[in-house]
Design a protein around this ligand. Structure first.
Ligand code: PLP
Length: 445
């Protein structure tokens, strides 16, 4: 057989060749059908092969697909910036800087925060704090921010030590406390860390409103982000939310942070912004963040050849219109609650399912060797991979996630189907997932 020269996530594994997609389903070239239970990597929020999006692609391509941002602006990019500003719905405007991936969006957010302080005359404020059990991207700047042990390991000498506070991980509280008697120790730790380092060295604090891949949906307790914002404001530190996974309806609100009613200074977006139809991501900066920059050097010192690409902008704009037109944020909340309750029934039935948690259609399932002690399975058993492979055999796609108190020594998957999923399709997803758990648990005993 001819050797494949395409580098894949694991060169020993077999990957089916995709043929096409339709709605919440993907088909391989042998005709096998897969229910896309994770929207790929929590991306395909409006499902596959939506005619409106295909039309917008061809329509824009008939005009122009590429212009360089230093030479032209374009109607789709301008409209997309206006649209995103309206979606944030704050008492000030948010400017948009378009990039091509979530990693670029979080790195642009870092640079914007540092530049904001520089232009105000505070040139030592250049550290960006973040949490353990977090993922902000794979490029070196974004990886420096990521509290993801496995992904950092090989590159430690190249990385900044930005993750500095604990995750608000109530299932395995890093302080062995319970909410609310803990009085939000995890949030207060940020204050301690800032005082140790000195706020004169810190530009911003970045957090995923709800932790995705690095924690299998860690949902902070009520008032956590109010406390975080209060601490940031007190120390003159910007608050950046990484909404690459949680943004644009995934959690049942337009933005993940909306569950806490807090407005961030800078927002990173990606994934669901184009629902996978084209690579585009964005960094949104509030008027007060932009003000010193607009009065000073006039622009953010960053940019990529494909930044503000009109073809991608036209597609993202149509995706956002589709989300609004079909009320997918509301549907995500409603169907997410239904799916969560169904998955919780599986948790009560099966010994290996330690926790099920979620908001909207972003749900994490954490596996344990012992439900009472919450001890994880030993790493060499490879439970996450077993679940993913077994589910795939049955025609269900789920997404691997890190879990466990030491940043990845546990097993978990995420279930995050397209926001267009119906109740009947959810029932089918749950049946396939339960069969998967039954099979895997049988193999583990
Ligand atoms: N931020 C978060 C919260 C993510 O989940 C991801 C990707 O999984 C990224 C950033 C990086 O995005 P990308 O893979 O598009 O670079």
């Amino acid at each position: 057989m001819k050797r494949s020269l395409l580098i894949k996530p694991n060169m020993d594994d077999h990957y089916p060749t995709v043929s096409h997609g339709q709605g919440i389903y993907i088909f391989d070239n042998k005709g096998k059908k897969y229910l896309d239970g994770s929207s790929g990597a929590v991306v395909a929020s409006i499902g596959h092969a939506v005619p409106e999006i295909m039309n917008s692609m061809t329509e824009q391509a008939q005009h122009i697909s590429f212009v360089y941002r230093s030479q032209f602006t374009s109607a789709p990019a301008e409209k997309l910036a206006d649209k995103l500003n309206k979606l944030v719905h704050a008492n000030q405007d948010y400017y948009s800087f378009f990039v091509n991936s979530g990693s670029e969006a979080t790195e642009t957010a870092m640079k914007t925060a540092i530049q904001h302080w520089q232009e105000k005359g505070f040139s030592t404020k250049n550290k960006i704090l973040s949490r353990w059990s977090s993922y902000h991207g794979i490029t070196l700047g974004a990886l420096s921010l990521s509290g993801h042990v496995e992904r950092r390991k090989r590159f430690i000498p190249l990385l900044e030590q930005y993750p500095s506070v604990s995750a608000p991980y109530c299932y395995r509280c890093p302080f062995q406390q319970t909410y609310p008697s803990c009085q939000l120790m995890c949030a207060n730790e940020l204050d301690t860390v800032i005082r140790r380092i000195g706020s004169e060295h810190i530009a911003a604090f970045m957090a995923e409103p709800i932790v995705g891949a690095a924690g299998a949906v860690i949902i902070p307790p009520t008032s956590y982000y109010e406390k975080i914002k209060e601490i940031c404001d007190h120390h003159h530190i910007l608050f950046i939310t990484d909404e690459v996974m949680t943004g644009l309806g995934r959690t049942g609100k337009m933005f993940g942070i909306d569950h806490w009613g807090v407005k961030p200074d800078i927002i990173a977006l990606g994934k669901g912004m184009s629902a996978g139809y084209t690579p585009i991501a964005a960094t949104l900066a509030s008027e007060s963040v932009m003000e010193p920059i607009l009065q000073g050097s006039k622009s953010i010192m960053s940019g990529h050849t494909y930044s503000a690409n009109p073809q991608s902008a036209a597609v993202a704009l149509e995706v956002l219109n589709y989300i609004e037109k079909h009320q997918l944020v509301k549907k995500s909340a409603k169907h997410g609650e239904y799916l969560l309750q169904k998955l919780k029934q599986i948790q009560f039935k099966y010994q290996m399912v330690g926790d099920v948690r979620g908001k909207g259609l972003m749900i994490g399932v954490e596996f344990v060797a012992d439900k009472t002690t919450k001890v994880p399975f030993t790493k060499n058993v490879g439970v996450t991979k077993l679940v993913i492979d077994t589910a795939m055999e049955k025609g269900l796609l789920v997404y691997p996630a890190a879990a466990g108190s030491n940043g990845g020594d546990g097993d978990a998957v995420m279930i995050a189907p397209p926001l267009v999923i119906t109740r009947d399709e959810i029932d089918h997803l749950v049946t396939l997932f339960e069969e998967t758990i039954q099979d895997v648990q049988g193999q583990l005993i």
